[in-house]
Write a protein that binds this ligand. Structure first.
Ligand SMILES: [Zn+2]
Ligand SMILES: [Zn+2]
Length: 791
């Protein structure tokens, strides 16, 4: 048995028995990885594909057959491993010595948490003490940590780790294979969770623990692989395999609920729960383990008081993560001109520096602060260039105000000295920072904003300044500090703001972090070190911040010069811009203080042109498409003909409504990746939906008929509330991308039936009316696939 100590032997054994050795005369080689799926099967030489119902049945049959084998507790680990191993067939083609690979694989496995987070449901599973002693390590107290299955590294986990080490940095990408294996594992695991509730056999808990452990370890390895590849090659959102998220967020939620009390006790009191929500909601990190991430943050910020809310008894506390409007980190700070000082400044010998207006106007929107002050002691400006350090900071942390003498507070001379010092360190002649470089005047502000993309994209480096990151004392060799930096980047105030998101995305080629005592470190280098030497689970969480990694470089002569690829969107892609839906996803939990800025930022994430009306952003998308599933959310829509379906914002407004919004109740959009794409045309949105269409205004004769057929359906009644006197109504569900007549449930509301409601006067041109949620179980009429033009 491969207990934790003998992972080395098991790896060696796999490499010896599952490697492909080319024989003379071989015309080809077997597939390196072949993944089993419950969806398909080869029967008499023909591939059969099963529908969802049959597929689920097959999983259950497989689980029951496994149960029948598990009679002797003494052999349970071997049997479970043998059965799970059948999910994968391998023919490795090692490109280095076996011992070298064994060392690498063990090195990676050791950096995953030794035992994954607990999955024991006291309402379903019997207490540990009632299980046979054979299920636990010898001479140990029965608990999750001493179960043999949680200490065992399964063959499939080792196989993933082996293949990762073989292919890392090469030109083939195996992410898809790993994902298929993990999804098949998740499918089996989901069934085991159901079975342990329905079938009184206590062994389900052991089976589940084995699969849960393998699935969690596998996801860590998968995320590690994807991150390593991105660090090597650069990130391209359009080619990104992680766009298809892993299955299993439902099971993660179950585990989270089971472990809530323990997780709450471990939650670092200093960390904002809204920031944490942003992280947890990210589709790229499904299945991740947060324990060591919490541990790092708790250690690094143990002496800090929370800054989110002041509780009723006057104690500072973290917010609940449900109402951003109530968190002081996000919205408590008024937009005022505050003035922070550098750590080496006592504040007394410091003066405010104001602008030389003429100098700013002489350069225009792309003006950056020159390191040389004017003879009058005022800020001088030069054209931002590749010799500029672009400073990205959180306004509410108070690093100076607007540069005008009148109404501004200027920039403290100690801060000027600090940024000048950093700029000099990197051989630059200027620095750009919104406070001294964006004037308040409406026209000049517009001019400056139009240049932000360019400034961040061309600057030598982007320097991130955040209160909490600046508190970290960076020690070169200390991996714990590096883990603290990577962890804090994900939940600091800087990461949850909208403007800084834009700055970071544009400055992604070279992001640096300002730490304690003005030490500057490269984010990519720090992340690389954590990935190569630190906790893999912490590094993997960084996938939620892929937009901070350099984008893939434009390579001449590698097929990228094809005329088709020179079209604007390919150019944008190379520049690291993202698609409109992806941009909205990035902004869904990030706010700007100024109302109206959300739309400006949204447009600047997609391209160089600034739009301050959502209408113009969408019109600019004509000829492109949008996944129908993404549209099903309670975001506000535009009230413009042709665009009644188009969200008017990339997020919910922080301002406006009196009562602060509770995000646990709102229907946020989801990626919609597997749903059919609708086309954006001049007239409106064209696309197919899984639909039920009915006439609202019925003739007397139709009403009589209706009485015979049982009256108005609950769905019709509910949808009727959305109408303004239209004749026709239809309720829509998104269709699966390639499966015919298969609709896709809303992953944020798995226990509800969610519909988009559209209405029409003539049954031809439709208008978006809203999104309707019904309890699952309500009797629904027959839906079918229909095309709609939504104006
Ligand atoms: Zn908070
Ligand atoms: Zn000062």
């Amino acid at each position: 048995m491969a207990a934790f100590g003998s992972t080395r032997d098991a790896t060696r054994n796999i490499l010896h028995t599952e490697s492909y050795l080319a024989q003379e005369g071989d015309r080809g080689s077997p597939r390196e990885l072949d993944v089993f799926t419950f969806e398909r099967e080869v029967v008499n030489g023909t591939i059969k594909v099963y529908n969802a119902t049959r597929r689920k049945q097959r999983v259950r049959e497989w689980c029951m057959a496994l149960k029948a084998e598990l009679k002797e507790p003494a052999s349970h680990v071997e049997i479970l491993d043998e059965w799970y191993s059948k999910f994968l067939e391998c023919h490795f083609q090692p490109n280095k010595k076996v011992e070298e690979l064994v060392n690498e694989v063990c090195g990676v496995i050791e950096r995953i948490p030794r035992v994954v987070d607990e999955f024991h449901d006291p309402l379903v599973d019997q207490p540990y003490s009632l299980y046979d002693a054979e299920y636990f390590l010898p001479d140990s107290k029965p608990c999750w940590e001493t179960l043999r299955v949680t200490n065992f590294v399964s063959r499939n986990v080792l196989r993933i780790a082996i293949q990762i080490q073989i292919v890392l940095g090469g030109d083939s990408n195996y992410a898809e294979h790993y994902r298929l294996l993990l999804d098949a594992t998740a499918e089996a695991l989901r069934e085991m969770i159901s079975l342990s509730r329905e079938d009184p056999w206590p062994g389900w808990f052991i089976v589940r623990a084995f699969f849960w452990t393998s699935w969690q370890r596998g996801t860590s390895l998968y995320h590690y692989y994807v991150l390593k590849e991105q660090l090597t090659w650069g990130y391209d959102e359009h080619r990104d395999v992680i766009k298809t998220p892993l299955q299993g967020s439902d099971m993660m939620r179950i585990a989270e609920n089971l472990n809530r009390a323990r997780a709450d006790a471990c939650h670092p009191p200093y960390i904002c729960k809204w920031a944490l929500r942003l992280l947890r909601e990210d589709k790229a990190v499904v299945g991740q383990d947060y324990r060591r991430f919490f541990e790092r943050l708790s250690q690094a910020f143990s002496d800090r008081e929370a800054r989110c809310v002041i509780s009723s008894d006057g104690e500072p506390a973290a917010c609940d993560g449900r109402q951003p409007g109530k968190c002081l980190r996000l919205s408590g700070m008024r937009i005022t001109n505050q003035s922070a000082h550098a750590p080496d400044c006592d504040g007394r010998s410091c003066s405010s520096l104001y602008w030389n207006e003429e100098s700013w106007r002489g350069v225009g929107g792309a003006a950056a602060v020159s390191l040389v002050l004017g003879t009058d002691g005022r800020l001088n400006y030069v054209q931002a260039s590749s010799k500029t350090v672009a400073v990205s900071h959180v306004w509410s942390h108070g690093q100076g105000g607007r540069p005008e003498d009148e109404g501004g507070t200027g920039l403290n001379s100690c801060l000027f000295r600090r940024y000048s010092r950093v700029a000099e360190m990197y051989g630059c002649d200027s620095f750009w920072m919104d406070t001294p470089c964006i004037p308040s005047d409406h026209v000049l502000r517009g001019e400056a904003i139009a240049n932000i993309n360019l400034i961040f994209a061309t600057s030598k480096l982007t320097l991130v300044c955040d209160k909490d990151l600046m508190a970290i004392d960076f020690q070169d060799e200390d991996i714990a500090t590096k883990e603290a930096i990577v962890s804090m980047v994900l939940v600091c105030d800087w990461n949850v703001r909208a403007w800084t998101l834009l700055e970071a995305l544009r400055g992604r080629q070279n992001i640096h972090i300002l730490c304690k005592n003005d030490v500057v470190v490269s984010l990519k280098d720090v992340l690389m070190d954590v990935c190569n030497q630190g906790s893999i689970d912490i590094a993997a969480l960084f996938l939620s911040a892929q937009h901070l990694l350099p984008s893939q470089a434009y390579i001449h002569g590698l097929g990228n010069d094809h005329p088709y690829q020179s079209s604007q969107w390919i150019v944008n892609r190379r520049k690291g811009f993202v698609e409109i839906k992806e941009a909205a996803g990035l902004l869904s939990h990030r706010q700007a203080s100024r109302p109206g800025d959300a739309v400006i930022i949204w447009s600047l994430l997609c391209g160089d042109t600034v739009f301050d009306k959502a209408e113009d952003i969408w019109r600019n998308q004509q000829g492109r498409g949008v996944p129908s599933g993404w549209l099903v959310s309670s975001y506000e829509r535009l009230s413009v003909k042709g665009l009644s379906w188009a969200p008017s914002r990339p997020n919910f407004s922080l301002h406006g409504e009196d009562s602060p919004t509770d995000y646990d109740k709102l229907l946020l959009p989801y990626h919609g990746i597997e749903t059919r794409v609708s086309a954006i045309t001049e007239r409106g949105l064209h696309g197919d939906w899984w639909a039920y269409r009915f006439k609202v205004k019925r003739t007397a004769w139709e009403r009589v008929l209706e009485r015979f057929t049982g009256g108005c359906l609950p769905l019709e009644r509910a949808a009727g509330g959305y109408l303004d006197g239209e004749t026709w109504c239809a309720t829509l569900r998104p269709l699966h991308t390639y499966r015919r007549d298969v609709w896709v449930p809303h992953p944020r509301r798995l226990s509800k039936a969610v519909f988009a409601v559209v209405a029409s006067d003539d049954g031809e041109a439709w208008r978006w009316k809203g999104v309707l949620e019904l309890d699952e179980g309500v009797v629904l009429p027959q839906f079918r696939t229909m095309g709609f033009l939504i104006e």
